[in-house]
Design a protein. Sequence first.
Lengths: 82, 220
Amino acid sequence: MIKAYIDVTLKKSILDPQGTAVKKGLKKLGLYAEDVRIGKHIEVLLKEDKIEAAREKIEEMCRRLLVNFEVETYSVRFEVIE
Amino acid sequence: MKAGVIVFPGSNCDIDAYKVLERLNVEVKYIWHDEKIDDEDLILLPGGFSYGDYLRCGAIARFARALENINEHIEKGKLVLGICNGFQILTELKALPGALLRNKNLNFICSDCNLIVENNGTPFTNLFNKGDIVNFPIAHGEGNYYIDDDGLKELINNNQIVFRYQNNPNGSVYDIAGIVNKRGNVLGMMPHPERAQDKLLGCEDGLKFFNSIIAYFKEA
């Protein structure tokens, strides 16, 4: 089986008010960050055993539901589970 | 004129929407999310938190059985009105362009809200004058309308912007509060006209909105 770890984030061009609020919170703790962006982490377990097949499946899942491409983008990494 | 108010698990403005149509003598019924829509002239997607707003607001609702035939309904030229969560569902369905993001100040905003009527040529606004100011309350955490520059130009050129905020509460692009599709038979808006149906509740500007829909069908 293959586990896909998907990170969904707002596109760079979209303001992220959550990230901005957290950045301000960090600053109040004396921890300065250049930038903070917040996204979603999704883990999907697939019965496929080939990464390419898994990638195809994940791309379709992202296109059809997991990601709203109007405002979001994603990255994915795979892990083969024995 | 027949109307159907779709009730999703988590809808919470369905009764207000039903009541305003009922008191204006429209033949209206509730449609449970698991039922199919029939020959209704107006389908209303109410506010609330359909399916807990999991993943993204409106993202799961578009798979409801009640929405299976929604594109056919739209193609026939019948009306669809999405209020608040209903607007979010319509953008997820791609029945309307753009997306709704977290409010710029991150707060859930619940307040009166003045809107400017930008387009009074729609089936939903024909009793208003262009430039009228109306007060429909807002109650949302994710009402920050986003569309890219090209999309915005298209909305403006096609006269698809129906309501704009007088004082933008949530960071929406171009102060947009409500838009129609190109054909003009699908309206999505964040403010709640159904919550402005009686002076006892603070305001009755919403009646003119729903009377516009009734007038549209009388003329047709």
